[in-house]
Ligand binder design. Structure first.
Ligand code: SF4
Ligand code: SF4
Length: 134
């Protein structure tokens, strides 16, 4: 079992609830981009103390990697970034379709893709049903 990565000092989810909305969560039969039925928008989880491990164990990269600067705070970037093996996954808030094409985001996504490529890595951006490989 791997220990959970450490949270960058000073960072917290605050009022961000993107990971209760953007990913699909089988446990709750929750499709992508639909609010989890336990989420109170702008406030957070209504079952926080009893939330399942799938929620408890998840931290996006902004929470664990200092290299993702202030611009990547999910409540500001409107994107949720995490690693899945060689893939860096970027889920884009449906209400902000073009944000990932803007700077500083697009240049950073390209840089991550260039950095990952020699080791077989890549970056995938999801917005609604659209998928973009970088
Ligand atoms: S997307 Fe990141 S900052 Fe936002 S609630 Fe999830 S783990 Fe916290
Ligand atoms: S159970 Fe709570 S933490 Fe988990 S997705 Fe739903 S609202 Fe978010």
């Amino acid at each position: 079992m791997h220990p959970s990565p450490a949270i960058v000092p000073g960072r917290s989810c605050g009022t961000c609830t993107l990971c209760c909305r953007l990913p699909d969560i089988d446990l709750f039969d929750k499709p992508a981009n639909a609010w989890c039925r336990h989420c109170i928008e702008g406030k957070g989880c209504s079952i926080y103390a009893d939330r399942p491990s799938v929620c408890r164990d998840f931290l996006c990269l902004w929470m664990t990697e200092e290299a993702l600067g202030e611009a990547w705070e999910p409540s500001r970037s409107h994107m949720m970034v995490y690693r899945q093996g060689p893939q860096i996954t970027v889920l884009v808030d449906p209400d902000h379709p073009d944000i990932w094409r803007r700077e500083p985001y697009h240049a950073q996504l390209r840089a991550w893709a260039d950095e990952a490529e020699p080791n077989g890595g890549y970056v995938i951006v999801f917005w609604q049903d659209d998928v973009f490989k970088i």
